[in-house]
Design a protein around this ligand. Sequence first.
Ligand SMILES: [Fe+2]
Length: 160
Amino acid sequence: MSLMTTNGYICSDLQSLHDWCNNQSLTQQMLSSNYVSSRTHKWFGYEVILKPNPIIKKGHWDEKVNRLGNLILPGWDCALLCHYYPGGYMTQHRDHSVFEPQLVLVNIGCATLCIDNQEHHLEDGQVISFNSAIPHELLPVKSHRWSLTFRKIKPQYLRF
Ligand SMILES: [Fe+2]
């Protein structure tokens, strides 16, 4: 049984999504990660500082992210844009328990994702979902690649 579901593909908007990603990377608002090499990131919706006691604060706001998130994961709380430079990767991990495990990810560029050691080759524009509590890793990317990951935060962590 596949641990990953393909929800669909970004089609007509794919070039503008690439342009948007490139622009985001040029804004100087993409931060380097303490944990991951050759990767920068930016939070939309809520930003989550991933500590044992996570800190949740307001992230960036963007009309394109809102529209896409409302379409592919209604009720999403945060969207994390990651830019992996050539050679960038993510070692095997489980996502923080502050998040609902099921996430929806838009793959921009090409990538190979391993979920519980099952390899999945992701196409440009492919929209997938999987249970991020299952160990997963990103193999080193060959060219610039972005992911825009929509997640829900578990209600017990949300304060209004
Ligand atoms: Fe992850």
